[in-house]
Design a protein around this ligand. Structure first.
Ligand code: FES
Ligand SMILES: [Fe+2]
Length: 434
């Protein structure tokens, strides 16, 4: 028997199991997701077992503090008069915990791209908040995702990415199939009340949309592990899904390389910088600005997506080198995923929160297959892109330091350009309140 206890918005809580008879032991009490626990009882011994009552106490003082902070931003105020969220949204640990619970452990989250798991036996691992995950294809090519945690003593199981026929725990060698089944538990002779089929890896919901792999950390509907991409597309992208399908879901694009940056700023500082409608480009990215017609910059907001567009101006910068093409599109998919499509390139930026003041940004570069052997073009393009990233990192770290200064509490929006940023803050508010 397994009892699932769901909890609402909390960052810590106690689970108390009331066992009136104490005649038989509680066998398992473990977290199966960021927001739920699973308890298993041995019910085989006493024929008449007592009724079990599970109760849990929520420690909500941190949440109350975070709830107060949420209300310091008012999404009802029009952008022309609105204040930006206060600095505490970018520094406070309880606010950060609430974001993990409410924003990242709910709904679909981009975690990788399909070429990472295109063949049977391929896998990749990652971490979001305190969730360690592994995504893999079993020997039959079926896609799976699991918590990357051994059921024996919780060692992380797989690391990095690659190809494996099974997962062997590096601690004591328990072995799991790529479908999550526990295949071998070494030296457990004498163990009682151990049911192998209950000791497999804890599953997660996984889906593919276009070239991307998505996970959902909610525990509902776990049986349906691989979700249908059209439904996921609607849930993840809303009414922008059609437009993005045509620009992003392009099979001529192949993965080229990954660049990762650890940045000393809150994850939202990086997102805000991306969402200022090109405001900072002429000041902070002079090289990039010379390849764009900035007067053509426009943005449009959908339910959970905003799209910024700008025409390219290759002749201005270098007539023989057209990295940006005639139209650049920058799509922000709430909460933390960006897809940039320009010329023969697509790059994605996944902003992973690492704490209130730190994030990691993972850049994956995809290129039209016809150009992947043009080493000079590839090298020059990546160098230019890298320069822009470094410029942004300096800006973001500077903003984080400014936010932490006693001189700053909140700022203002430039209404004609910073609509995507305002939209992001309003979405976040709504997500944190519900
Ligand atoms: S923790 Fe994995 S086998 Fe012991
Ligand atoms: Fe920038």
């Amino acid at each position: 028997m397994a009892i699932m206890i769901q909890r609402s918005i909390t960052s810590s809580f106690l689970v108390e199991i009331k066992n009136p008879s104490n005649k038989f032991p509680l066998h398992y009490l473990y977290k199966i997701g960021p927001r739920s626990f699973c308890c298993s009882f041995n019910l085989s011994k006493p024929k008449k077992h007592p009724i079990y009552k599970c109760s849990f106490t929520v420690s909500s003082s941190l949440d109350k503090e975070a709830q107060t902070l949420i209300q310091q931003f008012n999404p009802q105020i029009p952008i022309e008069e609105a204040l930006t969220p206060p600095s505490s949204w970018y520094t406070d640990p309880s606010f950060h915990s609430l974001e993990l619970q409410q924003v990242f452990y709910r709904g679909w989250q981009a975690v990788g791209y399909t070429q990472q798991i295109k063949d049977p036996h391929q896998y990749f691992t990652g971490r979001l908040g305190n969730v360690e995950y592994v995504v893999c294809r079993d020997g039959n090519g079926k896609l799976h995702a699991f918590h990357n945690v051994c059921r024996h003593h919780a060692s992380l199981l797989a690391s990095g990415s690659g190809q494996k026929s099974c997962f062997v725990c590096p601690y004591h060698g328990w072995t799991y199939g790529l479908d999550g089944t526990l295949l071998k538990a070494n030296r457990i002779s004498g163990i009682k009340n151990f049911r192998v089929h209950e000791m497999g890896l804890v599953p997660l919901r996984v889906a593919i949309w276009g070239p991307f792999v998505l996970l959902n950390f909610e525990t509902e509907n776990l049986l349906q592990q691989e979700s249908q991409s059209n439904i996921v597309g609607d849930e993840w992208l809303g009414s922008s899904s059609e437009l993005l399908s045509t620009r992003i879901n392009d099979s001529s694009l192949k993965f080229l390389c990954r660049h990762e940056y650890t940045i000393n700023c809150n994850w939202k500082v990086f997102c805000d910088n991306y969402l200022d409608g090109g405001y900072h480009v002429p000041y902070a990215h002079k090289g990039l600005a010379s390849g764009l017609k900035l007067e053509s910059y426009s943005s449009i907001v959908y339910e959970k997506v905003s799209i910024q567009k700008c025409d390219g101006d290759a002749t201005e910068s270098a007539p023989d080198f057209d990295r940006l093409g005639s139209k650049a599109l920058y799509a922000f998919i709430y909460p933390n995923f960006m897809v940039n499509r320009y010329g023969p390139w697509m790059d994605t930026n996944l902003v992973v929160p690492l704490g209130p003041r730190k994030c990691q940004v993972i850049f994956d570069y995809f290129l039209d297959t016809s150009l992947k052997d043009d080493h000079d073009f590839v090298e020059r393009s990546l160098k230019e892109s890298e320069r822009v990233q470094v410029e942004d990192i300096i800006l973001c770290e500077s903003v984080q330091r400014g936010i932490e200064s006693p001189a700053y509490c909140c700022g203002r929006y430039a209404p004609t350009v910073e609509k995507p940023m305002h939209h992001f803050h309003c979405l976040l508010y709504e997500n944190l309140c519900n």
